[in-house]
Ligand binder design. Structure first.
Ligand code: ZN
Length: 203
Protein backbone atom coordinates (compact mmCIF):
# COMPACT_ATOMS: atom_id res chain seq x y z
CA UNK A 1 0.00 0.00 0.00
CA UNK A 2 1.23 3.54 -0.72
CA UNK A 3 -0.24 6.91 0.13
CA UNK A 4 0.10 9.87 -2.23
CA UNK A 5 -0.37 13.58 -1.79
CA UNK A 6 0.06 15.70 -4.91
CA UNK A 7 0.97 19.36 -4.76
CA UNK A 8 -0.08 22.35 -6.82
CA UNK A 9 -1.00 21.90 -10.45
CA UNK A 10 -0.53 18.14 -10.32
CA UNK A 11 -4.00 18.08 -8.80
CA UNK A 12 -5.34 19.03 -12.26
CA UNK A 13 -4.83 15.44 -13.32
CA UNK A 14 -6.66 13.83 -10.43
CA UNK A 15 -10.30 12.93 -10.10
CA UNK A 16 -12.17 15.81 -8.46
CA UNK A 17 -12.67 14.05 -5.14
CA UNK A 18 -8.96 13.18 -4.91
CA UNK A 19 -7.58 16.72 -5.27
CA UNK A 20 -5.63 17.93 -2.26
CA UNK A 21 -6.43 14.67 -0.49
CA UNK A 22 -4.23 11.86 0.73
CA UNK A 23 -4.83 9.04 -1.73
CA UNK A 24 -4.21 5.43 -0.80
CA UNK A 25 -3.21 3.00 -3.52
CA UNK A 26 -3.17 -0.74 -2.96
CA UNK A 27 -0.94 -2.96 -5.04
CA UNK A 28 0.30 -6.52 -4.93
CA UNK A 29 3.58 -6.81 -6.77
CA UNK A 30 6.57 -4.46 -6.68
CA UNK A 31 5.62 -1.18 -8.41
CA UNK A 32 7.51 1.96 -9.26
CA UNK A 33 6.41 5.35 -7.93
CA UNK A 34 6.11 6.40 -11.58
CA UNK A 35 3.68 3.60 -12.37
CA UNK A 36 1.55 4.23 -9.29
CA UNK A 37 1.38 7.99 -9.90
CA UNK A 38 0.40 7.36 -13.51
CA UNK A 39 -2.28 4.89 -12.41
CA UNK A 40 -3.89 7.89 -10.69
CA UNK A 41 -3.71 9.91 -13.91
CA UNK A 42 -0.57 12.01 -13.29
CA UNK A 43 1.94 11.75 -16.18
CA UNK A 44 5.45 11.28 -14.77
CA UNK A 45 7.12 14.12 -16.78
CA UNK A 46 4.78 16.53 -14.95
CA UNK A 47 6.28 15.55 -11.62
CA UNK A 48 9.24 17.74 -10.70
CA UNK A 49 10.10 16.18 -7.39
CA UNK A 50 9.09 13.04 -5.56
CA UNK A 51 9.40 12.56 -1.85
CA UNK A 52 9.16 9.07 -0.40
CA UNK A 53 8.74 8.68 3.34
CA UNK A 54 9.72 12.33 3.66
CA UNK A 55 13.04 11.95 1.84
CA UNK A 56 13.92 12.93 -1.69
CA UNK A 57 13.57 9.88 -3.81
CA UNK A 58 15.93 9.51 -6.73
CA UNK A 59 14.83 6.04 -7.59
CA UNK A 60 12.22 6.69 -10.25
CA UNK A 61 14.66 5.32 -12.78
CA UNK A 62 18.30 4.78 -11.90
CA UNK A 63 18.83 7.72 -9.60
CA UNK A 64 19.75 5.64 -6.62
CA UNK A 65 22.41 3.80 -8.60
CA UNK A 66 23.78 7.20 -9.66
CA UNK A 67 23.98 8.29 -6.01
CA UNK A 68 25.77 5.07 -5.07
CA UNK A 69 28.29 5.49 -7.89
CA UNK A 70 28.96 9.06 -6.75
CA UNK A 71 29.33 7.82 -3.19
CA UNK A 72 32.15 5.59 -4.46
CA UNK A 73 33.67 8.64 -6.13
CA UNK A 74 32.74 8.02 -9.75
CA UNK A 75 31.82 10.88 -12.05
CA UNK A 76 28.22 10.05 -12.83
CA UNK A 77 25.82 12.12 -14.87
CA UNK A 78 22.15 11.45 -14.18
CA UNK A 79 19.52 13.42 -16.03
CA UNK A 80 15.90 12.37 -16.28
CA UNK A 81 14.95 15.05 -18.80
CA UNK A 82 17.21 13.84 -21.65
CA UNK A 83 15.71 11.73 -24.39
CA UNK A 84 17.47 8.72 -25.90
CA UNK A 85 19.26 10.58 -28.68
CA UNK A 86 20.54 13.21 -26.23
CA UNK A 87 21.79 10.48 -23.89
CA UNK A 88 23.58 8.73 -26.73
CA UNK A 89 25.06 12.04 -27.92
CA UNK A 90 26.42 12.97 -24.48
CA UNK A 91 27.82 9.49 -23.97
CA UNK A 92 29.79 9.91 -27.17
CA UNK A 93 30.83 13.55 -26.68
CA UNK A 94 32.01 13.14 -23.11
CA UNK A 95 33.41 9.63 -23.48
CA UNK A 96 31.03 8.26 -20.88
CA UNK A 97 29.75 4.77 -20.28
CA UNK A 98 26.00 4.55 -20.71
CA UNK A 99 24.25 2.53 -18.01
CA UNK A 100 20.69 1.64 -18.80
CA UNK A 101 18.05 -1.03 -18.51
CA UNK A 102 16.88 -0.09 -21.99
CA UNK A 103 18.41 -2.48 -24.49
CA UNK A 104 17.25 -0.49 -27.50
CA UNK A 105 19.02 2.60 -26.22
CA UNK A 106 22.24 0.63 -25.86
CA UNK A 107 21.88 -0.66 -29.42
CA UNK A 108 22.26 2.85 -30.84
CA UNK A 109 25.29 3.15 -33.07
CA UNK A 110 26.67 6.22 -31.30
CA UNK A 111 26.84 4.41 -27.97
CA UNK A 112 30.38 3.04 -27.95
CA UNK A 113 30.55 1.94 -24.35
CA UNK A 114 27.59 0.89 -22.28
CA UNK A 115 26.15 -1.71 -20.02
CA UNK A 116 22.67 -3.11 -19.69
CA UNK A 117 21.76 -3.41 -16.02
CA UNK A 118 20.22 -6.76 -15.20
CA UNK A 119 18.91 -6.21 -11.70
CA UNK A 120 16.08 -3.92 -10.58
CA UNK A 121 17.72 -3.51 -7.19
CA UNK A 122 20.03 -0.52 -6.97
CA UNK A 123 22.63 -2.19 -4.74
CA UNK A 124 22.79 -5.20 -7.03
CA UNK A 125 23.12 -2.82 -9.97
CA UNK A 126 26.03 -1.14 -8.21
CA UNK A 127 27.70 -4.48 -7.72
CA UNK A 128 27.10 -5.35 -11.41
CA UNK A 129 28.74 -2.12 -12.59
CA UNK A 130 31.73 -2.39 -10.25
CA UNK A 131 32.38 -5.94 -11.43
CA UNK A 132 31.74 -5.32 -15.12
CA UNK A 133 34.16 -2.38 -15.29
CA UNK A 134 36.54 -3.67 -12.62
CA UNK A 135 36.14 -0.58 -10.47
CA UNK A 136 36.79 -1.93 -6.98
CA UNK A 137 40.36 -0.59 -6.90
CA UNK A 138 39.35 2.84 -8.14
CA UNK A 139 36.93 3.64 -5.36
CA UNK A 140 37.55 6.92 -3.51
CA UNK A 141 34.49 7.20 -1.29
CA UNK A 142 32.78 10.30 0.10
CA UNK A 143 34.33 13.09 -1.92
CA UNK A 144 31.55 13.70 -4.42
CA UNK A 145 28.05 15.12 -4.00
CA UNK A 146 25.44 12.36 -4.13
CA UNK A 147 22.88 14.77 -5.50
CA UNK A 148 24.67 16.64 -8.23
CA UNK A 149 28.06 14.98 -8.85
CA UNK A 150 30.27 17.97 -7.86
CA UNK A 151 33.42 17.35 -5.87
CA UNK A 152 32.98 18.29 -2.21
CA UNK A 153 35.03 20.88 -0.37
CA UNK A 154 35.79 21.04 3.34
CA UNK A 155 34.05 23.84 5.18
CA UNK A 156 34.48 25.22 8.70
CA UNK A 157 31.70 24.43 11.13
CA UNK A 158 31.18 28.10 12.06
CA UNK A 159 30.28 28.94 8.47
CA UNK A 160 27.41 26.42 8.29
CA UNK A 161 26.36 26.51 11.93
CA UNK A 162 22.97 28.10 11.31
CA UNK A 163 22.07 25.34 8.84
CA UNK A 164 22.70 22.46 11.24
CA UNK A 165 20.20 20.59 13.39
CA UNK A 166 20.88 20.82 17.16
CA UNK A 167 22.20 17.24 17.48
CA UNK A 168 24.43 17.60 14.44
CA UNK A 169 25.81 20.81 15.96
CA UNK A 170 26.50 19.01 19.19
CA UNK A 171 28.15 15.83 17.93
CA UNK A 172 29.95 16.70 14.70
CA UNK A 173 32.82 19.05 13.92
CA UNK A 174 33.92 18.06 10.46
CA UNK A 175 31.86 19.20 7.47
CA UNK A 176 32.01 19.27 3.69
CA UNK A 177 29.90 21.30 1.33
CA UNK A 178 28.93 20.85 -2.30
CA UNK A 179 29.80 23.96 -4.33
CA UNK A 180 27.19 22.88 -6.89
CA UNK A 181 24.01 22.55 -4.82
CA UNK A 182 25.06 23.69 -1.34
CA UNK A 183 24.33 20.37 0.33
CA UNK A 184 26.28 19.89 3.59
CA UNK A 185 27.83 16.53 4.43
CA UNK A 186 29.07 15.12 7.71
CA UNK A 187 29.81 11.68 9.07
CA UNK A 188 26.40 11.05 10.66
CA UNK A 189 24.26 7.93 10.79
CA UNK A 190 24.01 7.67 7.00
CA UNK A 191 27.77 7.61 6.83
CA UNK A 192 28.01 4.31 8.71
CA UNK A 193 25.45 2.67 6.43
CA UNK A 194 27.34 3.94 3.41
CA UNK A 195 30.66 2.72 4.78
CA UNK A 196 29.15 -0.74 5.07
CA UNK A 197 28.11 -0.63 1.41
CA UNK A 198 31.58 0.56 0.37
CA UNK A 199 33.21 -2.30 2.31
CA UNK A 200 30.90 -4.89 0.74
CA UNK A 201 31.35 -3.57 -2.78
CA UNK A 202 35.13 -3.33 -2.61
CA UNK A 203 35.77 -6.62 -0.83
ZN1 ZN B 1 25.66 18.93 -4.90
Amino acid sequence: MATFLFFGRLNDFLARDQRGQIITVHFRERQSVKHLAESLGVPHPEIGQVQVNGQDDLDIHLGRLAAYLRMLGFDCLYETTYDDSKLAEITQQEGRILLSRDRRLLMRKSVADGYCLRSLDSLEQLSEVVQRFDLAHHVIPFHRCLRCNHLLEPIRKEVVLDRLEPLTKKYFDEFHICPGCGQIYWKGSHYEQMQKIVREITS
